[in-house]
Design a binder for this molecule. Structure first.
Ligand SMILES: Nc1nc2c(c(=O)[nH]1)N[C@H]1C(S)=C(S)[C@@H](COP(=O)(O)O)O[C@H]1N2
Ligand SMILES: [Mo]
Length: 401
Protein backbone atom coordinates (compact mmCIF):
# COMPACT_ATOMS: atom_id res chain seq x y z
CA UNK A 1 0.00 0.00 0.00
CA UNK A 2 1.23 3.50 -0.79
CA UNK A 3 0.84 6.03 2.04
CA UNK A 4 1.99 9.51 2.97
CA UNK A 5 4.76 7.80 4.97
CA UNK A 6 6.46 7.07 1.66
CA UNK A 7 7.17 10.78 1.08
CA UNK A 8 7.68 11.93 4.64
CA UNK A 9 11.02 12.01 6.47
CA UNK A 10 11.44 11.05 10.13
CA UNK A 11 13.06 13.53 12.49
CA UNK A 12 16.80 13.01 12.62
CA UNK A 13 20.12 14.48 13.61
CA UNK A 14 22.87 15.13 11.07
CA UNK A 15 25.91 12.86 11.25
CA UNK A 16 29.02 14.51 12.75
CA UNK A 17 30.50 15.71 9.44
CA UNK A 18 27.32 15.82 7.40
CA UNK A 19 26.84 19.08 5.49
CA UNK A 20 23.54 20.80 4.73
CA UNK A 21 21.57 18.58 2.34
CA UNK A 22 19.75 19.56 -0.86
CA UNK A 23 16.47 19.11 1.06
CA UNK A 24 17.56 21.54 3.77
CA UNK A 25 18.75 23.94 1.05
CA UNK A 26 15.30 23.68 -0.53
CA UNK A 27 13.69 24.71 2.76
CA UNK A 28 16.19 27.53 3.25
CA UNK A 29 15.47 28.87 -0.23
CA UNK A 30 11.71 28.94 0.42
CA UNK A 31 12.01 30.30 3.94
CA UNK A 32 14.42 33.21 3.92
CA UNK A 33 15.97 35.05 6.86
CA UNK A 34 16.36 38.76 7.58
CA UNK A 35 19.45 40.18 5.83
CA UNK A 36 21.29 41.43 8.93
CA UNK A 37 21.84 44.92 7.48
CA UNK A 38 18.02 45.26 7.71
CA UNK A 39 18.43 45.49 11.50
CA UNK A 40 18.81 49.20 10.65
CA UNK A 41 15.03 49.60 10.20
CA UNK A 42 12.80 50.05 13.26
CA UNK A 43 10.07 48.31 11.27
CA UNK A 44 11.28 45.67 8.83
CA UNK A 45 10.21 46.36 5.23
CA UNK A 46 7.77 43.56 4.40
CA UNK A 47 9.93 41.80 1.79
CA UNK A 48 12.90 41.64 4.20
CA UNK A 49 10.97 40.08 7.12
CA UNK A 50 11.87 36.41 7.61
CA UNK A 51 9.47 33.74 6.36
CA UNK A 52 8.54 30.29 7.60
CA UNK A 53 5.96 28.23 5.73
CA UNK A 54 5.66 24.54 6.62
CA UNK A 55 3.64 23.48 3.54
CA UNK A 56 2.38 25.63 0.60
CA UNK A 57 0.97 29.15 0.64
CA UNK A 58 -2.75 28.39 0.26
CA UNK A 59 -4.89 29.93 -2.48
CA UNK A 60 -7.41 32.10 -0.59
CA UNK A 61 -9.88 34.74 -1.79
CA UNK A 62 -10.05 37.61 0.76
CA UNK A 63 -13.53 38.52 -0.54
CA UNK A 64 -14.92 35.09 0.38
CA UNK A 65 -12.76 34.25 3.38
CA UNK A 66 -14.62 33.21 6.53
CA UNK A 67 -13.46 32.81 10.11
CA UNK A 68 -15.41 30.38 12.30
CA UNK A 69 -15.36 30.42 16.11
CA UNK A 70 -16.68 27.17 17.57
CA UNK A 71 -16.12 24.43 20.15
CA UNK A 72 -16.85 25.13 23.84
CA UNK A 73 -18.64 28.44 23.23
CA UNK A 74 -22.28 29.41 23.82
CA UNK A 75 -22.71 31.12 20.44
CA UNK A 76 -20.56 29.87 17.54
CA UNK A 77 -19.68 32.73 15.19
CA UNK A 78 -18.84 33.09 11.52
CA UNK A 79 -17.28 36.36 10.36
CA UNK A 80 -16.02 37.61 7.02
CA UNK A 81 -13.17 40.12 6.60
CA UNK A 82 -15.57 43.07 6.38
CA UNK A 83 -17.07 42.14 9.76
CA UNK A 84 -13.61 41.79 11.32
CA UNK A 85 -12.58 45.18 9.90
CA UNK A 86 -15.63 46.81 11.52
CA UNK A 87 -14.48 45.68 14.95
CA UNK A 88 -12.07 47.73 17.14
CA UNK A 89 -8.80 48.26 15.29
CA UNK A 90 -5.38 48.13 16.96
CA UNK A 91 -1.81 48.36 15.65
CA UNK A 92 1.05 46.73 17.51
CA UNK A 93 4.73 46.67 16.61
CA UNK A 94 5.84 43.11 17.28
CA UNK A 95 9.17 41.33 16.85
CA UNK A 96 8.64 37.81 15.52
CA UNK A 97 11.27 35.09 15.76
CA UNK A 98 11.13 31.50 14.54
CA UNK A 99 11.57 28.98 17.35
CA UNK A 100 14.12 27.19 15.17
CA UNK A 101 16.33 30.27 14.89
CA UNK A 102 19.93 29.19 15.62
CA UNK A 103 19.23 25.51 14.84
CA UNK A 104 21.93 25.02 12.19
CA UNK A 105 24.58 26.22 14.66
CA UNK A 106 23.92 23.28 17.01
CA UNK A 107 26.08 20.16 17.14
CA UNK A 108 24.69 17.66 16.36
CA UNK A 109 22.45 19.56 13.95
CA UNK A 110 18.74 18.69 13.95
CA UNK A 111 17.85 18.21 10.27
CA UNK A 112 15.12 20.75 9.48
CA UNK A 113 14.92 24.37 8.30
CA UNK A 114 18.62 25.28 8.77
CA UNK A 115 18.46 28.72 10.36
CA UNK A 116 21.58 30.54 11.46
CA UNK A 117 20.56 33.43 13.76
CA UNK A 118 18.52 35.65 11.46
CA UNK A 119 14.97 34.23 11.52
CA UNK A 120 13.56 37.48 12.84
CA UNK A 121 11.65 40.56 11.80
CA UNK A 122 9.59 43.37 13.28
CA UNK A 123 6.31 44.48 11.76
CA UNK A 124 3.38 46.68 12.60
CA UNK A 125 0.42 44.35 12.73
CA UNK A 126 -3.06 45.83 12.49
CA UNK A 127 -6.17 43.90 13.36
CA UNK A 128 -8.79 43.35 15.98
CA UNK A 129 -8.16 42.01 19.50
CA UNK A 130 -9.06 38.35 19.91
CA UNK A 131 -10.30 38.41 23.54
CA UNK A 132 -13.52 40.43 22.99
CA UNK A 133 -14.46 38.10 20.13
CA UNK A 134 -13.99 35.04 22.34
CA UNK A 135 -16.07 36.69 25.07
CA UNK A 136 -18.83 37.50 22.57
CA UNK A 137 -18.91 33.87 21.53
CA UNK A 138 -19.37 33.01 25.22
CA UNK A 139 -16.30 31.13 26.31
CA UNK A 140 -17.23 28.02 28.32
CA UNK A 141 -16.06 27.97 31.95
CA UNK A 142 -14.40 24.65 31.13
CA UNK A 143 -12.23 26.14 28.35
CA UNK A 144 -8.61 24.92 28.48
CA UNK A 145 -7.00 25.48 25.06
CA UNK A 146 -7.95 27.54 22.03
CA UNK A 147 -7.00 25.91 18.72
CA UNK A 148 -6.17 28.01 15.66
CA UNK A 149 -6.42 26.32 12.25
CA UNK A 150 -4.74 27.54 9.08
CA UNK A 151 -5.92 26.81 5.53
CA UNK A 152 -2.59 25.22 4.61
CA UNK A 153 -2.33 21.45 4.44
CA UNK A 154 0.57 19.03 4.32
CA UNK A 155 2.30 16.06 5.82
CA UNK A 156 4.99 16.09 8.45
CA UNK A 157 6.78 13.00 9.75
CA UNK A 158 4.01 10.84 8.29
CA UNK A 159 1.13 12.83 9.79
CA UNK A 160 -1.19 14.55 7.33
CA UNK A 161 -2.62 17.74 8.79
CA UNK A 162 -3.87 21.29 8.50
CA UNK A 163 -1.42 23.61 10.28
CA UNK A 164 -2.93 23.92 13.75
CA UNK A 165 -1.72 25.29 17.04
CA UNK A 166 -3.35 25.25 20.47
CA UNK A 167 -2.84 28.17 22.87
CA UNK A 168 -3.72 28.04 26.60
CA UNK A 169 -6.92 30.01 27.16
CA UNK A 170 -5.21 32.50 29.52
CA UNK A 171 -2.77 33.39 26.71
CA UNK A 172 -5.55 33.63 24.12
CA UNK A 173 -7.34 36.12 26.39
CA UNK A 174 -4.33 38.47 26.76
CA UNK A 175 -5.35 41.87 25.47
CA UNK A 176 -2.32 42.03 23.13
CA UNK A 177 -3.34 39.01 21.03
CA UNK A 178 -4.58 40.12 17.61
CA UNK A 179 -6.41 38.79 14.58
CA UNK A 180 -4.29 40.72 12.08
CA UNK A 181 -5.29 41.65 8.53
CA UNK A 182 -2.61 44.27 7.83
CA UNK A 183 1.18 44.31 8.05
CA UNK A 184 3.04 47.64 7.94
CA UNK A 185 -0.17 49.43 6.93
CA UNK A 186 -1.03 47.24 3.92
CA UNK A 187 -3.21 44.14 3.57
CA UNK A 188 -1.24 41.00 4.51
CA UNK A 189 0.80 39.52 1.66
CA UNK A 190 0.15 35.86 0.72
CA UNK A 191 3.36 34.63 2.36
CA UNK A 192 2.56 36.31 5.69
CA UNK A 193 -0.91 34.78 6.09
CA UNK A 194 -3.33 36.74 3.87
CA UNK A 195 -6.04 37.52 4.51
CA UNK A 196 -5.95 36.82 8.27
CA UNK A 197 -3.43 35.61 10.84
CA UNK A 198 -2.99 35.37 14.57
CA UNK A 199 -0.37 37.51 16.35
CA UNK A 200 0.65 36.44 19.86
CA UNK A 201 3.17 39.07 21.05
CA UNK A 202 6.05 37.54 22.99
CA UNK A 203 5.64 34.00 21.65
CA UNK A 204 7.87 32.26 19.12
CA UNK A 205 6.62 32.29 15.52
CA UNK A 206 4.83 28.92 15.48
CA UNK A 207 2.00 30.36 17.62
CA UNK A 208 1.19 33.12 15.09
CA UNK A 209 -1.05 30.98 12.86
CA UNK A 210 -1.33 32.28 9.29
CA UNK A 211 -4.22 31.83 6.80
CA UNK A 212 -6.54 31.52 9.78
CA UNK A 213 -9.91 29.86 9.10
CA UNK A 214 -11.08 28.48 12.44
CA UNK A 215 -10.81 29.11 16.17
CA UNK A 216 -11.97 26.17 18.29
CA UNK A 217 -12.28 26.23 22.06
CA UNK A 218 -11.42 22.91 23.76
CA UNK A 219 -12.17 21.65 27.28
CA UNK A 220 -8.84 19.81 27.28
CA UNK A 221 -5.27 20.32 26.22
CA UNK A 222 -4.83 20.26 22.42
CA UNK A 223 -2.88 17.16 21.40
CA UNK A 224 -2.33 18.01 17.72
CA UNK A 225 1.00 17.49 16.00
CA UNK A 226 2.42 21.03 16.26
CA UNK A 227 1.86 21.11 20.04
CA UNK A 228 2.30 17.50 21.15
CA UNK A 229 5.02 16.37 18.74
CA UNK A 230 6.81 19.22 16.96
CA UNK A 231 7.43 22.27 19.11
CA UNK A 232 8.83 20.75 22.31
CA UNK A 233 12.18 21.06 24.05
CA UNK A 234 13.38 17.46 24.29
CA UNK A 235 16.74 16.04 25.28
CA UNK A 236 16.16 12.79 23.34
CA UNK A 237 13.62 11.32 20.90
CA UNK A 238 11.69 9.58 23.70
CA UNK A 239 11.71 12.53 26.12
CA UNK A 240 8.15 14.00 26.23
CA UNK A 241 9.81 17.39 26.73
CA UNK A 242 8.19 20.74 27.49
CA UNK A 243 6.32 23.03 25.09
CA UNK A 244 8.15 25.84 23.28
CA UNK A 245 6.41 29.09 24.26
CA UNK A 246 7.94 32.56 24.66
CA UNK A 247 10.93 34.11 22.91
CA UNK A 248 14.21 33.88 24.84
CA UNK A 249 16.24 37.10 25.01
CA UNK A 250 18.55 37.80 22.09
CA UNK A 251 20.67 40.65 20.80
CA UNK A 252 21.96 40.80 17.25
CA UNK A 253 24.78 42.91 15.89
CA UNK A 254 24.16 44.77 12.63
CA UNK A 255 27.45 43.72 11.01
CA UNK A 256 29.74 46.75 10.65
CA UNK A 257 31.97 47.57 7.66
CA UNK A 258 31.57 45.62 4.40
CA UNK A 259 31.44 41.86 3.78
CA UNK A 260 33.50 39.34 1.90
CA UNK A 261 31.10 37.69 -0.57
CA UNK A 262 31.61 34.06 0.50
CA UNK A 263 32.75 34.12 4.12
CA UNK A 264 30.65 37.14 5.14
CA UNK A 265 33.68 38.20 7.22
CA UNK A 266 33.49 41.96 7.76
CA UNK A 267 36.23 44.35 6.66
CA UNK A 268 36.66 47.54 8.64
CA UNK A 269 39.06 50.50 8.59
CA UNK A 270 40.70 51.43 11.92
CA UNK A 271 39.08 54.17 13.98
CA UNK A 272 36.03 54.71 16.11
CA UNK A 273 33.24 52.37 14.97
CA UNK A 274 29.65 52.55 16.17
CA UNK A 275 28.58 48.95 16.66
CA UNK A 276 24.81 48.79 16.80
CA UNK A 277 22.01 46.31 16.69
CA UNK A 278 18.72 45.23 18.23
CA UNK A 279 17.67 43.30 21.31
CA UNK A 280 14.39 41.70 22.37
CA UNK A 281 12.79 39.15 24.68
CA UNK A 282 9.31 37.68 24.82
CA UNK A 283 9.46 37.19 28.59
CA UNK A 284 10.12 40.70 29.87
CA UNK A 285 11.58 44.02 28.69
CA UNK A 286 15.28 43.98 27.81
CA UNK A 287 17.21 45.72 30.60
CA UNK A 288 20.81 45.44 29.40
CA UNK A 289 22.92 44.66 26.36
CA UNK A 290 26.63 43.88 26.56
CA UNK A 291 29.08 43.72 23.66
CA UNK A 292 32.09 41.48 23.13
CA UNK A 293 34.82 41.92 20.54
CA UNK A 294 36.80 38.81 21.61
CA UNK A 295 34.24 36.06 21.12
CA UNK A 296 32.80 36.28 24.63
CA UNK A 297 35.94 36.48 26.81
CA UNK A 298 35.18 40.03 27.93
CA UNK A 299 32.07 42.21 27.87
CA UNK A 300 31.31 45.94 27.90
CA UNK A 301 27.92 47.58 28.40
CA UNK A 302 26.11 48.97 25.35
CA UNK A 303 23.74 51.94 25.45
CA UNK A 304 20.15 50.80 25.17
CA UNK A 305 17.75 53.17 23.45
CA UNK A 306 14.41 53.67 25.18
CA UNK A 307 11.44 51.89 23.65
CA UNK A 308 9.81 54.48 21.42
CA UNK A 309 6.34 55.63 22.54
CA UNK A 310 5.01 52.62 24.44
CA UNK A 311 1.46 53.76 23.85
CA UNK A 312 -1.68 52.01 22.88
CA UNK A 313 -4.45 53.08 20.59
CA UNK A 314 -7.82 51.43 20.39
CA UNK A 315 -9.76 52.95 17.50
CA UNK A 316 -13.46 52.49 17.80
CA UNK A 317 -13.25 52.07 21.58
CA UNK A 318 -15.00 54.50 23.91
CA UNK A 319 -13.09 57.79 23.40
CA UNK A 320 -13.24 58.65 27.11
CA UNK A 321 -11.72 55.42 28.32
CA UNK A 322 -9.10 55.62 25.56
CA UNK A 323 -8.34 59.17 26.73
CA UNK A 324 -7.80 58.05 30.30
CA UNK A 325 -5.16 55.66 29.14
CA UNK A 326 -3.35 58.24 27.05
CA UNK A 327 0.32 58.35 28.00
CA UNK A 328 3.08 60.88 27.35
CA UNK A 329 4.39 58.63 24.59
CA UNK A 330 0.98 58.58 22.97
CA UNK A 331 0.64 62.39 23.03
CA UNK A 332 4.10 62.69 21.50
CA UNK A 333 3.43 60.17 18.79
CA UNK A 334 0.07 61.77 17.95
CA UNK A 335 2.14 64.25 15.93
CA UNK A 336 3.52 61.44 13.73
CA UNK A 337 0.24 59.62 13.17
CA UNK A 338 -1.72 56.96 15.05
CA UNK A 339 -0.06 55.63 18.20
CA UNK A 340 1.35 52.13 18.03
CA UNK A 341 1.99 49.80 20.94
CA UNK A 342 5.73 49.03 20.83
CA UNK A 343 6.18 47.05 24.04
CA UNK A 344 6.69 43.85 22.04
CA UNK A 345 9.21 45.24 19.58
CA UNK A 346 13.00 45.07 19.63
CA UNK A 347 15.05 47.94 20.98
CA UNK A 348 18.08 49.52 19.38
CA UNK A 349 21.42 49.53 21.20
CA UNK A 350 24.83 50.97 20.36
CA UNK A 351 28.44 50.71 21.43
CA UNK A 352 31.39 52.92 20.47
CA UNK A 353 34.32 50.67 19.56
CA UNK A 354 37.82 52.06 18.95
CA UNK A 355 38.79 49.55 16.26
CA UNK A 356 42.52 48.87 15.89
CA UNK A 357 44.05 46.55 13.26
CA UNK A 358 43.50 42.84 13.91
CA UNK A 359 40.93 40.04 13.85
CA UNK A 360 37.88 40.16 16.12
CA UNK A 361 34.75 38.18 16.88
CA UNK A 362 31.90 40.51 17.72
CA UNK A 363 28.76 39.55 19.57
CA UNK A 364 26.14 40.96 21.89
CA UNK A 365 24.25 39.56 24.86
CA UNK A 366 20.80 40.70 26.01
CA UNK A 367 19.44 40.38 29.55
CA UNK A 368 15.78 40.94 30.37
CA UNK A 369 13.86 42.05 33.47
CA UNK A 370 13.13 38.40 34.34
CA UNK A 371 16.91 37.82 34.69
CA UNK A 372 17.12 35.65 31.57
CA UNK A 373 20.19 36.12 29.40
CA UNK A 374 22.06 34.46 26.53
CA UNK A 375 24.50 31.58 26.84
CA UNK A 376 27.97 31.38 25.27
CA UNK A 377 27.58 27.60 25.07
CA UNK A 378 24.14 26.39 24.18
CA UNK A 379 22.28 23.69 26.11
CA UNK A 380 21.29 21.41 23.23
CA UNK A 381 17.77 20.16 22.45
CA UNK A 382 16.66 17.69 19.83
CA UNK A 383 14.41 19.97 17.77
CA UNK A 384 16.96 22.78 17.80
CA UNK A 385 14.54 25.27 19.36
CA UNK A 386 15.09 28.50 21.26
CA UNK A 387 18.85 28.48 20.61
CA UNK A 388 19.77 32.01 21.70
CA UNK A 389 23.49 31.36 21.66
CA UNK A 390 25.49 34.60 21.33
CA UNK A 391 26.05 35.51 17.65
CA UNK A 392 29.59 35.54 16.20
CA UNK A 393 30.44 38.25 13.67
CA UNK A 394 33.97 37.81 12.31
CA UNK A 395 35.67 41.16 11.67
CA UNK A 396 39.04 42.09 10.17
CA UNK A 397 40.26 45.62 10.89
CA UNK A 398 42.82 46.45 8.19
CA UNK A 399 46.09 48.37 8.63
CA UNK A 400 45.23 50.93 5.95
CA UNK A 401 42.99 53.94 6.52
N1 LIG B 1 -0.87 28.35 8.92
C1 LIG B 1 0.45 28.46 9.21
N2 LIG B 1 0.83 29.36 10.14
C2 LIG B 1 2.12 29.51 10.45
C3 LIG B 1 3.11 28.68 9.87
C4 LIG B 1 2.70 27.74 8.88
O1 LIG B 1 3.50 27.01 8.28
N3 LIG B 1 1.35 27.66 8.59
N4 LIG B 1 4.42 28.81 10.25
C5 LIG B 1 4.61 29.33 11.61
C6 LIG B 1 6.00 29.56 11.95
S1 LIG B 1 6.90 28.22 12.39
C7 LIG B 1 6.53 30.83 12.00
S2 LIG B 1 8.09 31.06 12.54
C8 LIG B 1 5.73 32.00 11.61
C9 LIG B 1 6.43 32.81 10.53
O2 LIG B 1 5.68 33.94 10.18
P1 LIG B 1 6.15 34.83 8.94
O3 LIG B 1 6.42 33.90 7.79
O4 LIG B 1 5.06 35.79 8.69
O5 LIG B 1 7.44 35.52 9.37
O6 LIG B 1 4.44 31.65 11.11
C10 LIG B 1 3.82 30.61 11.82
N5 LIG B 1 2.47 30.44 11.35
MO1 LIG C 1 8.97 28.96 13.10
Amino acid sequence: MTTVDDVSRPSRLADPDEGISIEELGLAARNHALPLEALRYDVTPVGLHYLLIHYDIPDLDPGRHLLTVDGRVDRPLTLDLAALRERPRVTRRVTLECAGNGRALLTPRPVSQPWLSEAIGTAEWTGTPLAPLLREAGLGADAVDVVFTGADHGVERGIEQDYQRGLPVAEALREEVLLAYEMNGLPLLPQHGAPLRLVVPGWYGMAHVKWLTRITVLDREFDGYQNAVAYRLRTSADDPGVPVTRIEPRALVQPPGFPDFMSRTRVLRPGLCTVEGRAWSGHAPVTAVEVTTDGGLSWAPATLEPATGAAELVNGADPDSAGQRESAGQRESAARGPAVDERWAWRRWRYEWPATPGRYTLGARATDASGRTQPIEQPWNRGGFANNLVQRVEVVVTEDH
